[in-house]
Design a protein around this ligand. Structure first.
Ligand code: AMP
Length: 285
C-alpha cells in the first residue's frame, strides 16, 4: 500500500490506473478506522481492481461548536489497518493541501437536509458535498462506498452524483454493529462506562418502532412516539430527534408505505450518537 499526500500525485496515479483499464473503488473516511470502515473497504476490494481510501478530517463539515479539534485521530494505526485490509492507495492530504485558499464556489445542498441531522448541523452537508466533489475529482473513482449508518449522507451523495451527472456508482453498505447492537462509530470512544451500557438502547428503540410497523401501524407519529417513549425511559442522554421519513427522499409521510427510514440522534455528555434502520413497509414480514 502506498500513502499519497498530494492531490497532484493522487490525480496522476488515478489517471494512469484508469488508462490501464482498471476500476477504482473509493472509500472516503475521516480516519480512526473501525470495523464499519473496514466493511466498506472489504466491499470495495471485492468489486474493484484498485482500492483507494482517504483519511481527511474535513473542517468544512464541522460547526463552530463541534468536535473538529478533538475528533479522534491515529494515523499510524489507520495506516496499518488500511494496509492489512487490502487498500492499494491511502490518500492522506493536509487541510492546506485540500483548501489552499478560500473557495470561489460554494455548494449548498438544497434538498434532503431540512430534517434529521441537517436540521441542527447547519452547513454540515454543504461541507460534506464540497469535500466529496473535490475527492471524487481527485480520485476519479468508478464506485464509491458509503455506510448506511450515515443514511442522510448517502441520500445527499445520491443527489450530488445525479445532479452533477458524475460517472460514479454509489454503493451503500449496511451498518456494522457491536454485539449488543450499538452502531460502530469513531465517536463511541467519547462515551462514559455507563453511557456505553445504555447506548445499546438506541438500536433497541428502532427495533421497537419496526415491530409496531410490522404489527400494522401506519401512522408515522405513533411510531415516533413509541421510539421516543422507549428512549426517554432507557437512556440518560437527551433525545435530539426521532423521525420516520421516506428514503432516500427524506420526506414526511402521512401514511407509512414503501421504503422508509427510522432515525434518531441522542446527545450523551461528550458524544452525540446517531442510528437508523431502513425498511420496506410493503415487504415487512
Ligand atoms: P467517517 O470516518 O465517520 O466519516 O465514516 C466514513 C465512512 O464509514 C462513511 O461512509 C460512514 O457511513 C461509514 N461508517 C461509519 N460507521 C459505520 C458503521 N458502523 N457501519 C458501516 N459504515 C460505517
Amino acid at each position: 500500500m502506498k500513502v499519497i499526500e498530494t492531490i497532484k500525485e493522487m490525480q496522476s496515479k488515478a489517471t494512469s490506473i484508469l488508462t490501464s483499464g482498471k476500476s477504482i473503488g473509493f472509500v472516503p473516511t475521516m480516519g480512526f478506522l473501525h470495523e464499519g470502515h473496514l466493511a466498506l473497504i472489504k466491499k470495495a476490494r471485492e468489486e474493484n481492481e484498485i482500492v483507494v481510501a482517504s483519511i481527511f478530517v474535513n473542517p468544512l463539515q464541522f460547526g463552530p461548536n463541534e468536535d473538529f479539534e478533538t475528533y479522534p485521530r491515529d494515523f499510524e494505526r489507520d495506516r496499518v489497518l488500511a494496509e492489512e485490509n487490502g487498500v492499494d492507495y491511502l490518500f492522506y492530504p493536509s487541510v492546506e493541501e485540500m483548501y489552499p485558499a478560500k473557495m470561489t464556489i460554494k455548494l449548498t445542498v438544497a434538498k434532503r437536509v431540512d430534517c434529521l441531522c441537517g436540521r441542527t448541523r447547519i452547513g454540515h452537508f454543504d461541507g460534506v458535498a464540497t469535500v466529496l466533489l473535490k475527492l471524487f475529482s481527485i480520485v476519479r473513482p468508478n464506485r464509491v462506498y458509503f455506510g448506511l449508518k450515515d443514511a442522510q449522507q448517502v441520500a445527499v451523495v445520491d443527489g450530488l452524483i445525479k445532479d452533477f451527472n458524475l460517472p460514479i456508482q454509489l454503493c451503500p453498505v449496511d451498518t456494522v454493529r457491536e454485539e449488543d447492537g450499538l452502531a460502530k462509530s469513531s465517536r463511541n470512544v467519547y462515551l462514559t462506562g455507563s453511557e456505553r451500557k445504555e447506548a445499546k438502547e438506541l438500536y433497541q428503540s428502532l427495533l421497537i418502532g419496526k415491530e409496531r410497523i410490522k404489527k400494522g401501524e401506519k401512522d408515522p407519529k405513533n411510531v415516533v412516539e413509541a421510539i421516543q417513549n422507549y428512549l426517554n425511559s432507557s437512556v440518560s442522554g437527551s433525545v435530539e430527534y426521532v423521525e420516520v421519513l421516506s428514503y432516500p427522499e427524506l420526506e414526511e409521510l402521512r401514511e407509512l408505505h414503501g421504503r422508509i427510514i427510522l432515525a434518531l440522534a441522542v446527545k450523551f455528555s461528550k458524544a452525540r450518537l446517531i442510528d437508523n434502520i431502513i425498511i420496506d413497509v410493503d415487504r415487512l414480514k
